[in-house]
Write a protein that binds this ligand. Structure first.
Ligand SMILES: Cc1cc2nc3c(=O)[nH]c(=O)nc-3n(C[C@H](O)[C@H](O)[C@H](O)COP(=O)(O)O)c2cc1C
Length: 146
């Protein structure tokens, strides 16, 4: 059975709720799903993930949320090609009122590609009313695994 790992980066819980929605949609489609906060997995387990879905908000001035900082730094430090067995897609949460709209999600999308992972569905950048865009991304991304 295809297994999907959802990692969320969040400060106030929006990304966490969406991660739960992603898992529900995956399980309804017959996939095995697990979800973790980005500070809840060991760095050493990260490289073994085969199907990774990231949902991450942006904080401060275009910065990673607190629970994402350590994992992001770790992934940035990996060598080129170290994630070549990984497939991924990113759902970015933000607010167009900020100059660096959805910057943290953009950084995840970029670093995963740089380290050799394969993007299976394009990143979607969501504004504060994220529900509809997020739902569409979830449907599309889950259908790529069916
Ligand atoms: C203090 C603060 C700083 C923020 N900075 C940014 C930012 O630089 N860029 C952006 O796109 N969104 C920014 N946001 C918007 C959040 O990313 C957005 O509200 C998101 O839905 C929060 O999701 P979360 O609950 O998963 O953390 C900021 C929000 C707050 C309250």
């Amino acid at each position: 059975m295809t297994k999907i790992t959802v990692l969320y980066g969040t400060e106030t819980g929006n990304s966490e709720l969406l991660a739960m929605d992603i898992c529900k949609a995956g399980e309804n489609a017959g996939l095995e799903c697990e979800n973790f906060g980005m500070d809840e997995i060991d760095n050493s387990d990260f490289c073994d993930i085969q199907n990774l879905l990231i949902v991450c908000s942006t904080w401060g001035d275009g910065e990673q949320p607190d629970n994402a900082i350590d994992l992001f730094d770790y992934v940035e430090g990996l060598g080129d090609g170290e994630l070549e067995n990984m497939k991924f897609s990113v759902l970015a949460l933000g607010d167009t009122a900020f100059d660096l709209f959805c910057e943290a999600g953009i950084q995840w999308d970029k670093v995963l590609e740089e380290k050799g992972a394969t993007r299976i569905f394009d990143r979607v950048d969501c504004d504060v009313d994220y529900e509809d865009d997020a739902e569409e991304w979830i449907e599309n991304v889950i259908s790529t695994f069916e």
